[in-house]
Design a protein around this ligand. Structure first.
Ligand SMILES: NC(=O)c1ccc[n+]([C@@H]2O[C@H](COP(=O)([O-])OP(=O)(O)OC[C@H]3O[C@@H](n4cnc5c(N)ncnc54)[C@H](OP(=O)(O)O)[C@@H]3O)[C@@H](O)[C@H]2O)c1
Length: 265
């Protein structure tokens, strides 16, 4: 049985995709910049950097039937990793005859000038024109991202938050479920957006996080100037008509690890 390569298989989403593929009895490979990444023993780990075009990239791809592309720079080296790296991976995938390239993107990347989002949008274009049968799934912000953000901000006595921003957080495991279902169904172009069950103001989400982690902080909204602030205030990151996730923020926060962890993880 041919394998599935999960780039970013050590990350928040990628780890959950790997778990589900293993449960389905699939052969799974991951790509990581770490020589010995932690991964289940049945996973074949390849050491490589999307930004550097390391020779092991081809090794990781050759013989894979599909790629779930979850690797991302998260704001550092965005162009080299998310745009050029995606392009490089696509070229190799095309050469190797990969049957399905599944890319994870973010709701609203086409309506927000944030540099990271613009890079994701450009990467989407590369996927569409890459010559490999493809699917792109856009999701809203994961619970883990907001928990990490609030955890980092609450190191200070006052929690400064962008005024007027709303989020529709989704459980990364539900995004992984959707990716695996898409893999089973085959390439389908642009998939319907995937959003969490509820849209809430950022201060409201932060207060629930503070209560769950038993911290007392003053929450202060701060205006964010410029196009990115305007896009978030206009709800460009939301898809209320696609509120298909089921796990609510408070349910996520009720996990003992989140309630205890000093950084919200
Ligand atoms: N987080 C969210 O709220 C959210 C929402 C919607 C969509 N998404 C998208 O979902 C995807 C996964 O997000 P995530 O939050 O799970 O990411 P994450 O936890 O930050 O993981 C990023 C992954 O990318 C890999 N990576 C980073 N730079 C690399 C490079 N140069 N070469 C190879 N691998 C590299 C890392 O692997 P190593 O460190 O092992 O090398 C890591 O496994 C991203 O495309 C993101 O844009 C995220």
């Amino acid at each position: 049985m041919a394998d599935v390569l999960v780039t970013g298989g050590t990350g928040v989403l990628g780890r959950k995709v790997v778990e589900r593929l293993l449960r389905d009895g699939k052969g799974v490979r991951i790509l990581s910049r770490r020589p010995r990444p932690s991964a289940p023993s049945r996973v074949r780990a390849f050491w490589g950097d999307l930004a550097g075009g390391s020779p092991s990239l081809r090794e990781a791809v050759a013989g894979a039937e599909a790629i779930v592309h979850c690797a991302s720079s998260r704001f550092r080296k965005t162009r080299a990793v998310d745009v050029e790296g995606t392009g490089r991976l696509l070229e190799i995938a095309r050469d190797c005859g990969v049957g399905h390239f599944l890319y994870v993107s973010i709701v609203g990347v086409d309506r927000n000038p944030l540099g990271y989002y613009q890079a994701k949008l450009e990467a989407e274009g590369r996927v569409e024109r890459g010559g490999v049968p493809w699917t792109i799934l856009r999701a809203t912000q994961f619970h883990d991202l907001l928990a990490r953000l609030f955890g980092a901000l609450s190191r200070f006595p006052v929690l400064l938050l962008p005024k007027g921003f709303r989020f529709q957080p989704v459980e990364a495991g539900e995004v992984a479920d959707a990716l695996v279902a898409i893999l089973r169904a085959g390439p389908s172009g642009r998939a319907s957006d995937l959003g969490g069950p509820e849209v809430r103001g950022v201060a409201d989400l932060a207060r629930a996080f503070l209560a769950a982690s038993r911290r007392r902080r003053l929450v202060v909204p701060v205006p964010v100037l410029g196009g990115t602030g305007a896009a978030f205030r206009a709800g460009a990151n939301l898809c209320p008509d696609r509120a298909v996730g089921r796990v609510r923020w408070e349910e996520y926060l009720a996990e003992p690890l989140v309630a205890r962890g000093p950084d919200g993880r």
